[in-house]
Design a protein around this ligand. Structure first.
Ligand code: SAM
Length: 232
């Protein structure tokens, strides 16, 4: 379980109502039971439940179990799409090791609104399920052209359905360890946006095949391809 508190031996972690309910009612756990906690910064610790009520569960931290390990710095930039599909991107991206989500607003983005709070909660839930020790964060949406200006030193790998992009198996060979994958909106990138991206010195435009994929499908497939070559 995720617990945003500092960890040290003997410290007491106080788990709020929703997690107390999950432990007590769903997992039928109680005083004396052990569980694993992570806070996204200090690895995974074993804790013991010392008190439990409907309002909260107190857990005494006993010992560290897993230390944080270096994770590839792979960010995923995407134009927010309809809500349930954006949730899919957060969930699958977290499972597939994304270190940071960077929503970008492009000319054809139809769903620029994004609840960062809901997104972060979905990401934490996916991190718990996938047993990651780090928790990716989600940045505030920025306009694509501003976002491009913020990518100094990072390789941008953008999924380009224009048709003249290199196939992924070619393009991704030259992938760098710090990269950002970029997926366009449901309406695709405009020609101006495509030109602006291609003018950047460290940009790879990648084809994901002859078929037009939904943005969430493209995010999942490009991320999987990148992880298979450069990830852990
Ligand atoms: N322009 C598309 C159309 O004509 O319907 C719509 C864009 S597609 C639904 C959403 C995004 O997924 C694209 O901007 C691109 O980033 C990515 N994408 C979809 N299919 C792709 C493909 N075959 N190769 C590379 N990227 C693709």
């Amino acid at each position: 379980l995720y617990c945003d508190q500092a960890f040290s031996e003997g410290a007491i972690a106080v788990l709020p109502k929703a997690q107390a309910h999950y432990l007590g009612t769903v997992l039928r756990m109680g005083v004396g039971d052990s569980l694993r906690l992570f806070n996204g910064r200090e690895g995974e610790w074993r804790g013991e439940i010392i008190s439990h009520s409907r309002k909260h569960t107190d857990v005494k931290l006993v010992e560290p179990l897993r230390a944080m390990s270096e994770v590839p710095d792979i960010a995923l930039a995407f134009a927010p799409i309809r809500r349930h599909r954006t949730s899919f991107i957060f969930e699958k991206g977290t499972e597939l090791g994304v270190s940071r989500f960077e929503p970008v607003i492009t000319a054809r983005t139809q769903f620029p609104k994004l609840s960062l709070e809901k997104a972060q909660a979905q990401i934490i839930e996916a991190a718990e399920q996938t047993e990651r020790l780090d928790v990716p964060n989600v940045c505030k949406p920025v306009r694509l052209l501003d976002w491009i200006g913020m990518q100094a030193g990072r390789q941008i790998i953008f999924a380009d359905e224009a048709g003249d992009a290199l196939p992924a198996r070619e393009a991704l060979k030259s992938g760098q360890p710090r990269a950002t994958l970029l997926i366009g909106p449901e309406g695709g990138f405009t020609e101006d946006e495509r030109q602006a991206l291609r003018q950047q010195e460290s940009v790879l435009s990648v084809s994901l095949g002859p078929r037009i994929l939904r943005a969430d499908t493209a995010a999942l497939s490009l991320l999987t391809l990148w992880q298979s070559l450069h990830g852990d």
